[in-house]
Design a protein around this ligand. Sequence first.
Ligand SMILES: [Fe+2]
Length: 307
Amino acid sequence: MQIIEILEDLFFIERGWLNANHFVHVSKKPILIDTAYKADTDVTVAQIAKLGVKPADVSLIINTHTHCDHIGANRIIHEQSGCDIALHTVGRYFIETKNDWATWWRYYNQEADFFECTRSLEDGDVLKIGLHEFQVIYTPGHASDGIVLYNREQKILISSDTLWENDMAVMTLRVEGSLALFSARKSLEKIASLDVRQVYPGHGKPFKDSETALSIAIKKIDQYMGDRERIGKDLIKKIIIYTLLMKNPINEQDFFPFLMTTVWFKETVDLYFNKEYKILYQQIMDSFIRNKIVKVENNRFITLIKP
Ligand SMILES: [Fe+2]
């Protein structure tokens, strides 16, 4: 796993798709930005330990939004350290009202624990992370509580799931509403007005060319607006992979019946496709196997995507 010092004492840890990338500020009062997925908390703790940070010493966790792959170790770290946890006001409201629908956890059958949120963040706030100042920029769209963090001095953007290099994070209109596409576009336009030299996304490698990434994302939103089936295709593929990562490995014959027990799978097929559930499922799994994203071994599906 790649660990990079992005600013003095502030480290970026690259994870995968089930676990979002996260950050550690090393000091006597360590600060974390995002804490990956709950089931992989031991990996998260081991990565942080490489930088000499123990969960019990953490003073503050900042979350870029409340999705399960960003807040997974919050509860356990808070229990051990009594640390502050900061979220955008909207995310804080979701956590305090125990709204596991708005956080997507219930809709996508994800594992996550509620935790105590002690600090609210607003658009324009300035966060001190050691010697470094980061501006909080509210970027709803993918998540209605999404923020990115911008260091003006070094032109560094911690872009979470608002901006990826070559793709866009899932749009869940069933939870977020149709306005989410417009919000996502506005959020990207907000980022376009910043002078950015280096981007650290929520998933994937760091990258420099924010302009190209922004135009790819904006183009994708425009395609979504023109052809809604594209939203469904993107969602169903991403969430099937995500589900496989959560269950990795799963018996081949158990996977379709499992998907049929979830709310999201049938709803997504009903909303975006004019196809029978099993036929669509089979087509998607065949394409994953053909493209070496999934393999079948001893009658089990194994995904080759980095967790
Ligand atoms: Fe997310």
